[in-house]
Ligand binder design. Structure first.
Ligand code: FAD
Length: 304
């Protein structure tokens, strides 16, 4: 008798079906990025807690499946071809907690940065109000050491709880962390939460300072649209915006991607814009600044 052939896996099965985690296939990442661009992730999930996340992370490691975390999607450019791996979004309440532990705040990596800043100000804890105009999540802010006129988030980080590739968790304390301008050494792990050391201050004074920062921020970045992204890091001693303007690159376009009229370090995606258009524009602006001014700008936006 011939052995019975093994039944093929159902067409919609995924490598994660036995993990008790809801995983979707072909998730359009354009729904999760600030620019509203990019193709689909092969698999996508929003685990409910650390255990569920750990099972997904471990499975990805065991099977060699590329894994990425998406926060607010304000600093990533997903190619039109999408991402051939698992994308995780830490949007469940378990990852978005904000707890005041005077004079610190403990924040989940999925929490919006602006919510953490507001919570700190309301509690009379200062040190984060300069970050009120930075879009995105705590996780994204820690990876890129987000900063504004009032300083960088890294200055306030006392400890970060992370998940390693085998799904285990650990705490990295200040002595093992490195933060530089728009960079940190937290690029080898999943960030779960952090402890930010703050200073006691009068909430009324802090509220005024935060409002002032918000107004300043509004004047230095485009508002009213989500279809924008910041292109380059500011070099030492000047701004990318100044160099782009001096190089006469403000009028450059690529397909339906253009430079924002008032804020030259931002790309605006038009209705027909593709991810390739944005990538091309960033490269063209970078070449123009290099040719005209001899300065090599470092891209801020991360291409997946
Ligand atoms: C209008 C506008 C204004 C901006 N202004 C500023 C500014 O003033 N200052 C500034 O510094 N930046 C600014 N940015 C850039 C961007 O907002 C910041 O880099 C922000 O911190 C990114 O956070 P995010 O959650 O959107 O990260 P994402 O874009 O989702 O991700 C960025 C990176 O972080 C990783 N990541 C996210 N969460 C986690 C996690 N939990 N664990 C591990 N990795 C993770 C992602 O995989 C990716 O590599 C601006 C962007 C826009 C569009």
């Amino acid at each position: 008798m011939n052995p019975r052939p093994a039944s093929p896996a159902p067409a919609d099965s995924t490598p994660f079906d036995d993990l008790g985690v809801a995983v979707s296939s072909h998730e359009p990442l354009a729904h999760h990025t600030w620019l509203g661009l990019g193709g689909a992730a092969a698999w996508f999930c929003e685990p409910v807690d650390t255990d569920a996340l750990g099972r997904v992370v471990k499975r990805c490691t065991e099977r060699g499946i590329p894994l990425r975390v998406i926060g607010g999607g304000s600093n990533v450019l997903v190619p039109d071809a999408g991402f051939d791996g698992m994308v995780v979004r830490l949007s469940a309440p378990a990852f978005c907690r904000i707890d005041v532990a005077r004079p610190a705040i403990v924040a989940g990596s999925g929490a919006k940065l602006v919510h953490v800043v507001s919570a700190a100000v309301q509690a009379g804890l200062s040190g984060l109000e300069g970050l009120v105009d930075v879009p995105g999540t705590v996780g994204g802010a820690l990876v890129g050491n987000a900063g504004s006129h009032g300083g960088d988030i890294g200055e306030r980080v006392a400890a970060v709880t992370v998940m390693e590739a085998d799904g285990s968790t650990s705490v990295r304390d200040r002595s093992t962390l490195a933060f530089e301008a728009r960079w940190s050494n937290l690029d080898d792990c999943l960030i779960l939460s952090c402890r930010l050391e703050l200073d006691e201050e009068d909430p009324a004074i802090l509220t005024k300072r935060m409002q002032k920062q918000w107004i300043v921020g509004r004047s230095t970045q485009p508002s009213g649209t989500r279809s924008v992204a910041m292109m380059f890091k500011d070099p030492l001693g000047t701004t990318a915006e100044t160099l782009i303007t001096q190089a006469g690159a403000k009028e450059l376009r690529a397909g339906d991607a253009a430079i924002e009229a008032q804020h030259a370090n931002y790309v605006v995606a038009g209705p027909q814009c593709s991810s390739d258009d944005v990538r091309m524009l960033v490269e063209t602006v970078r070449s123009r600044v290099r040719e005209k001014l001899g300065v090599d700008l470092t891209p801020l936006i991360e291409v997946w």
